[in-house]
Design a protein around this ligand. Structure first.
Ligand SMILES: NC(=O)c1ccc[n+]([C@@H]2O[C@H](COP(=O)([O-])OP(=O)(O)OC[C@H]3O[C@@H](n4cnc5c(N)ncnc54)[C@H](OP(=O)(O)O)[C@@H]3O)[C@@H](O)[C@H]2O)c1
Length: 235
């Protein structure tokens, strides 16, 4: 199985790459810049992939060449708007950055790999329950991050419809709280207390294995589904 993962150098992306490597996947690890941990994995490194930049398409295509991809995992994302407690404080430049990376960046990644997908390939979009309407916690805040993930949920539903006739499955995966830089930085700010402070938050490799199981289970019957870390489907 051949896979491409964005944001592969740290956090959940690194955990997913590790889980895939352990299961014998041939992994294209796309990132802006590699890390010692990623370098040690022995996967194929695709550096210089800033998903917020149009040049990411050429960088991904050059690395893939004519290789056929079975799985693409759109994982790279930022959360900067957690820092604003109110709508009055919210800086719209940060919201624009979150859309550029989290929403447009995932659409761009999909555009880049489409020529390398085939019947049976799978497109995975990392999302969050905070970006849904029905499952959105009552707490406000993190406007740009959660709105950008709401956009990705809509993209996933639309893409699943369009790719169904081509036999390509799409799934949105909400990994739940994971012990990564994203959660640690937010906790350290004291502005928002994420689940990490209560303990029982999986490390990135444990969470990566859950994500990989949810990728393996995906088929054309379940295309367009949104799934959380407990396996609960919502579509
Ligand atoms: N951690 C959680 O609790 C949690 C919960 C729900 C959903 N998620 C989702 O899971 C995914 C991974 O999150 P994480 O916790 O691993 O975050 P993280 O620790 O902050 O890591 C983010 C990754 O995305 C990369 N990235 C950021 N901006 C990028 C850009 N413009 N181009 C390319 N790569 C970029 C980072 O690379 P650099 O080193 O170059 O910055 C890093 O590899 C995200 O989609 C996130 O929304 C996470």
């Amino acid at each position: 199985m051949k896979a491409l993962v964005t944001g592969a150098n740290r956090g959940l992306g690194l955990g997913i790459c590790t889980a895939m490597r352990d299961k014998g996947y041939d992994v294209f690890a796309a990132c802006r810049k590699s890390s010692p941990e990623l370098g040690a994995l022995g996967v194929r490194l695709v550096e210089g992939v800033d998903v917020g930049n149009p040049e990411a398409i050429a960088a991904i295509r050059n690395a893939l060449g004519k290789d056929v991809l079975d799985v693409v995992v759109c994982n790279a994302a930022i959360n900067i708007s957690y820092a604003y407690r109110t709508i009055e404080e919210l800086k719209l430049e940060d919201v624009e950055d979150e859309y550029r990376v989290n929403t447009v960046g995932m659409v761009r990644t999909v555009q880049a790999v489409l020529p390398n997908l085939h019947e049976g390939s799978k497109v995975i979009l990392l999302t969050t329950s905070g970006g849904t309407l029905g499952r959105n916690p009552l707490r406000g805040g993190s406007y740009g991050y959660r709105m950008s993930k709401g956009g990705i949920n809509t993209f996933g539903f639309l893409l699943a419809s369009e790719l169904r006739p081509r036999g390509i499955a799409v799934r949105m995966i909400s990994p739940g709280p994971v012990d990564t830089d994203m959660t640690r930085v937010i906790n350290a700010s004291g502005i928002v207390k994420t689940a990490i402070v209560h303990g029982h938050v999986p490390d990135p490799v444990t969470a990566g294995n859950v994500v990989l199981r949810q990728i393996d289970e995906l088929d054309m019957e379940s295309t367009g589904s949104w799934i959380d870390q407990t396996g609960k489907l919502w579509a």
